[in-house]
Design a protein around this ligand. Structure first.
Ligand code: PGA
Ligand code: ZN
Length: 432
């Protein structure tokens, strides 16, 4: 009864008002599974490719009708007749249909949509949640959220260089109420911005996007909001950053360009830094803000040496996360494990292509003792697959934006539902 009888793709919208692929998979029993593929904006060069139509008459070329057609005309006939519970076989068929490294033929969006929709249908056919289908009865570790409260870089039109300033409710007394506490801090942050006359408009991931002259001021503001809400910086909340280093790197001068505050109270200054100088900048930032527990993509995606130097210097205390560096793929992660280029990985299913490949990446990371952060994309939807995935693999951390936009809240609310289903949920703070 879990035989796939129909696969149907369509074009729907993401949170930026841009088109994306939705896939529905129907089983012989009448059960249906559905998935919607998210879309990044500051994407890694090595990621699997989203197929976009390039027709300027529709969505300025961003339409996904070709990818949808690939679902309906190419993928559907190959999946019909397979058992939805054979995820590995399904994913092998999908990758076999497009063996190109970046899935340029069918489109990573077409392939991932089909792969995830099959998993949803299979879970549904067993009458269990996706987290339990993928992780078994033993899956019960809830991830700590990295909540993006200030947006900058390519996700906002302000002048902040760092893309994401996140709060991580790690304090033991905040378990299991970390999300509630984060909402309280977010509310205080709004008040602080209003008091400064700064904008409280949101960026792409729902965090505030004020114009602040340098990253240090944003971190100070964030820490002030924690205190104002009645919590302690470090004991209750740690800070996580996603620098999205590609964005800072100028390939002509081979320098990282960013505004820095040389010391507390000093006027911000424009800096052009070599890799070695940027390592020293981060060391200084960590000394000044010991609450920073995690830095993602501190360098651009080809600066393996920069990653390794920073990990060697601060990696015993701080999580260094590879996002665009690893693009969720085992071939790059294995290089990073060998060269100690990081100690954690961001996992985005649409960077790698299928559910099975995503699980392989997580397994490799966990075997190497790397931290794992399951992640949304800046263009996202009501799809909640990553919440289930985070619990299924016991990732420990999830990054899914702020608490103010429904496409992000959908994941948080899914986690709350999962939590209430679990007999004995466990929470392990990710950082020492
Ligand atoms: P993206 O950003 O979805 O625009 O790639 C998220 C990230 O860099 O982590
Ligand atoms: Zn990132």
């Amino acid at each position: 009864m879990s035989e796939i009888v129909e696969v149907h793709g369509r074009e729907v919208l993401d949170s930026r008002g841009e088109p994306t692929v939705e896939v529905e998979v129907y089983l012989a029993s009448g059960i249906m599974g559905r998935a919607i593929v998210p879309a990044g904006k500051t994407t890694g060069r090595r990621e699997v490719k989203e197929l976009r139509d390039g027709d300027p008459a529709r969505f300025r070329g961003k339409g996904v009708l070709k990818a949808v057609e690939n679902v309906n005309q190419v993928i559907a006939p190959e999946l019909i007749g397979l058992d939805a519970r054979d995820q590995r076989i399904v994913d092998r068929v999908l990758t076999g249909l497009d063996p190109s490294e970046r899935r340029e033929g069918l489109g990573g969006n077409a392939i991932l949509g089909a792969s995830l929709a099959v998993a949803h249908a299979a879970a549904e056919s067993l009458g269990i949640g996706l987290f339990e289908y993928l992780g078994g009865k033993v899956a019960r570790r809830l991830p700590v959220p990295l909540v993006n409260v200030i947006n900058g870089g390519g996700h906002a039109t302000n002048n902040l260089d760092i893309q994401e300033f996140m709060l991580v409710p790690t304090g033991p007394s905040l378990v299991p109420n970390g999300l509630r506490a984060t909402c309280e801090v977010f509310d205080r942050l709004r008040g602080l911005l209003e008091a400064q006359g700064a904008s409280t408009a949101y960026g792409d991931e729902g965090g505030f996007a004020p114009s602040l002259d340098c990253s240090e001021l944003a971190i100070e503001l964030l820490q002030e909001a924690v205190r104002k809400a009645g919590y302690e910086v470090h004991n209750h909340f740690r800070v996580a950053l996603d620098v999205a280093g590609n964005h800072l790197f100028d390939r002509t001068s081979e320098r990282y360009r960013l505004n820095i505050q040389p010391e507390r109270g000093a006027p911000p200054a424009r800096a052009e830094l070599t890799t070695a100088e940027l390592v020293r900048y981060y060391e200084g930032l960590l000394a000044r803000f010991p609450a920073i527990a995690s830095i993602e993509d501190p360098f651009h995606e080809d600066d393996w040496d920069g990653f390794a130097a920073l990990t060697a210097s601060v990696g015993s205390k701080v999580q260094i996360v590879g996002d665009d560096l690893f693009v969720s793929q085992t071939r790059y992660l294995s290089r990073g494990i060998k060269s100690r280029a990081a100690n954690a990985i961001l996992v985005k299913p649409n960077q790698v292509g299928t559910l099975s490949e995503t699980l392989d990446t997580v397994a490799m990371a966990q075997r190497a003792g790397f931290g794992t952060v399951i992640s949304h994309r800046s263009g996202d939807t009501e799809d909640t697959t990553i919440a289930d995935l985070a619990v299924a693999v016991g990732a420990g951390q999830i990054k899914t934006g702020s608490v103010t936009r429904s496409e992000r809240c959908a994941k948080y609310n899914r986690l709350l539902r999962i939590e209430s289903h679990l007999v004995e949920p466990i929470y392990v703070a990710p950082y020492a």
